[in-house]
Design a protein around this ligand. Structure first.
Ligand code: PMP
Length: 426
């Protein structure tokens, strides 16, 4: 037994499934998850000191790569002054200013501790603001694990085949209408019938939890128009895409303005941080200004703010996002060529530095049905081949991958060499 196998056995005794978040357990791909001990740049190391090129990047936050010097130093410096005050600090203002400047649709922002908190709170706010109960989400989109949102959800909920979890009263889920991603006609029909009762549409502007599925032309614009017509709040869940697909998030990339935006991942620089914000008149409904309650003992935590600000400062470097996109394209183009060479049915999607691999004969994957119909058996064999040879991909075919600023051309080349070898044996 190697160290990871030993640790997994130990972990399972005290931690359900041995993990603190389900996808980490490798249930989809089988086998033992490597237990990680350190990471640097594009690389992560397991407890046996095996090195992997990492395309998970902590599920997206590490847009600059692991163990970034400036972020680490900011955390050390902030820690000298105490770990948490439960009182306002100046760093929170700098963070709010930075976020609202980079994402112009946000007039105000509230910090929270996770993406789940951000989406859960944004929905409560949208319901309070509109005084309506129903919400619309899309099949295969994941917005964290709040009750109303865990209906036909993606990510771990998809992998585990638990589209709606036990423990959620049917009464809660009945207000959640789930529609097909990238099908604007269905949205229009639903609104024609129920539009006046719908508080919000929440959407991943690039879906990243049923693998990577960008919006088709007109989808996001159509959502904007429908929301305007019916007085419904449009929420972009940019927990994954924010400061990832572009500096201004997916809303900047596709030039669509939502009413509320949820953020996470990159804004924490690796610390547990989320945020939600948007238009003044909606945000002013939030306590203590307004009646919609939302709170958090550790929200705006000084260490998390320091890490996040150090990340936010660096991502504004000229050319960073172009370079990230170029590297991601090098990877997706290279993978396609290799798959073609070996006669494997395969396609890729990409939005900025987010990407997805699909083992399918469908030329362009645009929805959940196509994503779940991919050949998971082939993916799992590919997955383990890559892992054995030192490439760490997300351990399920329904997850997006991420490139960091540390994935230079030679790291991608090395990955492609390994993929060539692995695909030859599939
Ligand atoms: N929304 C999206 C789009 C996500 O991808 C995730 C997590 N991957 C969440 C919300 C939930 O965030 P967290 O895991 O931080 O609660």
């Amino acid at each position: 037994m190697n160290k990871s196998q030993q640790l997994f056995e130990l972990a399972k005794k005290r931690i359900p499934g041995g993990v603190n978040s389900p996808v980490r357990a490798f249930k989809a791909v089988g086998g033992t998850p490597p237990f990680m001990s350190k990471a640097d740049g594009a690389y992560i190391y397991d407890s046996d000191d095996k090195q992997y090129i990492d395309y998970v990047q902590s599920w997206g936050p590490m847009v600059l790569g692991h163990n970034n010097n400036a972020i680490r130093q900011a955390v050390i410096d902030a820690a000298q002054n105490g770990l948490s005050f439960g009182a306002p600090t100046e760093a929170e203002i700098t963070m709010a200013e930075t976020v609202c400047t980079l994402v112009p649709s946000m007039d105000m922002v509230r910090m929270v501790n996770s993406g789940t908190e951000a989406t859960m709170s944004a929905i409560r706010l949208a319901r309070g603001y509109t005084q309506r109960d129903k919400i619309v989400k899309f099949e295969g989109c994941y917005h964290g694990h709040a009750d109303a949102l865990l209906v036909k959800a993606g990510s771990g909920a998809l992998t585990l085949g638990v589209p709606s979890s036990p423990g959620i009263p049917a009464d809660f889920a009945q207000h959640t209408i789930t529609l097909e991603y990238n099908n604007i006609e269905q949205v229009r029909q639903t609104f024609a019938e129920l539009g006046e009762q719908i508080a919000c549409i929440i959407v991943e502007p690039v879906a990243g939890n049923m693998n990577c599925i960008p919006p088709v032309e007109g989808f996001l614009q159509g959502l904007r128009e429908v929301c305007d017509q019916y007085g419904t709040v449009l929420i972009f869940d940019e927990v994954m895409t924010g400061f990832r697909v572009a500096l201004g998030g997916a809303q900047g990339f596709y030039n669509i303005t939502p009413d509320l935006t949820c953020l996470g991942k990159v804004i924490g620089g690796g610390m547990p941080v989320g945020a939600f914000g948007g238009k003044n008149d909606i945000m002013q409904q939030l306590a203590p200004l307004g009646p919609v309650y939302q709170a958090g003992t550790l929200s705006g935590n000084p260490i998390a703010m320091a890490a996040g600000l150090a990340a936010m400062q660096q991502i504004q470097a000229a050319g960073l996002y172009d370079e990230l996109s170029k590297r991601a394209q090098q990877l997706t183009d290279g993978m396609q060529q290799i798959a073609d060479k070996h006669g494997i049915d395969f396609t890729t999607n990409r939005a900025g530095s987010m990407f997805g691999f699909f083992f399918t004969d469908v030329k362009k994957v645009v929805n959940y049905q196509q994503a779940i119909n991919c050949n998971t058996d082939l993916f799992n064999r590919f997955y383990h081949g890559m892992l054995d040879n030192g490439v760490y991909l997300a351990p399920a075919s329904y997850e997006a991958g991420f490139i960091s600023a540390s994935h230079n051309s030679s790291v991608i080349e090395k990955t492609l060499e390994i993929a060539d070898k692995v695909m030859a044996d599939l």
